[in-house]
Design a protein around this ligand. Structure first.
Ligand code: AMP
Length: 498
């Protein structure tokens, strides 16, 4: 089906959609909306950015309007749970677009802000409440809220709620909403505990899926730099950021302290940077996100928790400065780029003690991430059969940046990194040189801007490079790069991500 009307939405909702520029349903919307209108429980396997808020929000609003009732004081009719404040705000903002010309009220309940205002808001009754689980239970405990009129329960980003330790809260809340409700669960991946939760709290759910679990959007090119330690991570990162002055870069750090330290360093050396992590207040986080969204700052350093689900369409690069402990988190992280039909680049750094994490990620995603520079420690290298494997972009022929050389590679200790450049970066540059120049461009990436002739630099490159083609070489002659160039020039995303 190619339009919202065919999905069974009413004129009122259709008007709100066109007022907000929603012309065509996304795949998750096409699949989910008719099922939710039919009253089915639903499991949606989809990441943020696929349009899932409207996928559950539109039919839910439609049914609430048709039902015509209002929530009693301190009660709700629909409850949407999400893992973080940012995500709650984002979902509520989306829903508010659709209820603007209706009597329905959307409320927000999140931790970290005054509870009194939330109590006041709830005192009047709320039709759709979007909430983080912890604060919601606080309010229930204070008797500021009951959920006895709840007819719809949406668990959004369920796997992330699990990661954040909300599973017990979810169970508690699911028991507080009456059984004769409709339950919708969305998750990018389906870990065992979430599948169990779904089995317990959903009734005969239909399953819709737009991105197979554990598989990142095909539009994301992924690369890894093997480095001996943090210093080289920072050095490569800075050079890559310098090479992409027009990019929007999201950098993931494992710890709050690490994120802050890195942000301060980047800021100190002249990058417009901000950070979001658990030690920042809600207003600081919101300011940082707004500045990043508006392009006032180009670099945002974040921890997983703070960055969960944020939807910033223009992110061109995601850097895994530290690899995540949980492989699923990698999928979420890189899903912050390549949104709304654009392409994106994910660059990871891997020190010897992170190699296990990298292999776990590759196993989960069923791919081999292309090596941009350095070598894995000898005992942790992939099996020779693996080289030139599917890599990322597995559906795009040659496009994933995977190694094209199948010959056995010479092993080199990780202490002695091969610094070859910044995979894929030059594809985003407006002034991208012709193909035959690109290699030169690339190898000067690490501060080799020293006025030497191209010939010398090429020689230097070969020395560093062991004569191997890097990932970039596989882009040669690829039309994708040109397409991306065009998209950036015209500012068109070329359709939505499904
Ligand atoms: P979500 O995955 O729900 O976070 O949505 C991602 C972004 O896509 C949000 O900014 C939505 O407003 C937008 N969006 C969702 N569905 C559509 C659609 N059918 N057409 C255009 N934009 C959409």
């Amino acid at each position: 089906m190619s339009n919202f009307k065919e999905l069974g939405l009413s004129q009122q909702i259709l008007a709100a959609l066109s007022a907000n520029g929603f012309e065509k349903p996304t795949p998750i919307q096409t699949q989910a909306i008719p099922q939710v209108l039919n009253g089915r429980d639903l499991i949606g396997l989809a990441q943020t950015g696929t349009g899932k808020t409207a996928a559950f929000g539109l039919p839910m609003i439609e049914k609430l309007l048709a039902d015509g009732r209002r929530a009693d004081p301190r009660n709700i009719r629909a409850l949407v749970l999400a893992p973080t404040r940012e995500l709650v705000n984002q979902i509520a903002a989306n829903l508010k677009l659709f209820v603007k010309k209706t009597p329905l009220k959307v409320g927000i309940v999140v931790g970290g802000v005054s509870i009194n205002k939330q109590t006041e808001q709830l005192a009047r009754g709320v039709d759709i409440l979007v909430a983080t689980p912890g604060r919601l239970l606080d309010l229930v405990a204070r008797k500021a809220l009951t959920l006895t009129q709840g007819r719809y329960l949406v668990l959004d980003e369920a796997d992330q709620m699990l990661d954040l330790g909300f599973i017990h809260d979810l169970r508690k809340i699911a028991k507080l909403v009456p059984k004769n409700r409709q339950t919708l669960l969305f998750s990018a991946t389906m870990p065992k505990q979430i599948a169990e939760l779904a089995g317990e709290y959903l009734t005969d759910p239909v399953k819709v899926e737009v991105t197979p679990p554990g598989k990142a959007a095909d539009k994301i090119e992924q690369y890894v730099h093997f480095v001996p330690g943090k210093d080289l991570k920072t050095q490569i990162l800075k050079q890559s950021l310098t090479n992409n002055p027009d990019g929007l870069s999201l950098i993931f750090s494992r710890t709050k302290h690490g994120a802050e330290k890195l942000m301060k360093h980047l800021d100190h050396v002249g990058f417009k940077a901000a950070s979001i992590h658990g030690n920042k207040s809600q207003s600081q986080r919101e300011r940082a996100l707004k500045a990043f969204r508006d392009g006032e700052i180009r670099v945002l350093v974040a921890t997983d928790v703070a960055a969960r689900g944020i939807d910033i369409p223009g992110v061109t690069h995601v850097y895994n400065y530290d690899l995540p402990e949980v492989p699923d988190a990698y999928v979420h992280r890189i899903g912050r780029t390549a949104r709304n039909g654009r392409d994106g680049i994910a660059i990871a750094f891997c020190t010897p003690d992170e190699i296990r994490l990298l292999r776990d990620i590759e196993k989960l995603m069923g791919i081999e991430i292309a090596v941009a520079s350095g070598d894995a420690p000898a005992d942790q290298a992939r099996s020779p059969r693996g080289h030139g494997g599917r890599g990322n972009g597995q559906n795009r022929g040659n496009g994933g940046g995977q190694r094209q050389d199948k010959a056995p590679r010479r092993k080199r200790p990780a202490r002695e990194p091969a610094v070859t450049g910044f995979a894929g970066d030059e594809l985003l540059r407006e002034d991208r040189p012709q193909n035959h120049d690109r290699r030169d461009q690339r190898v000067t990436g690490h501060g080799h801007h020293d006025g030497r002739s191209e010939g010398n630099r090429n020689h230097e490159a070969r020395k560093h490079h062991h004569g191997r083609p890097g990932p970039q070489d596989s882009h040669r002659g690829r039309s994708d790069g040109n397409r991306r160039q065009d998209m950036r020039r015209t500012g068109k995303g070329g359709g939505r991500q499904g």
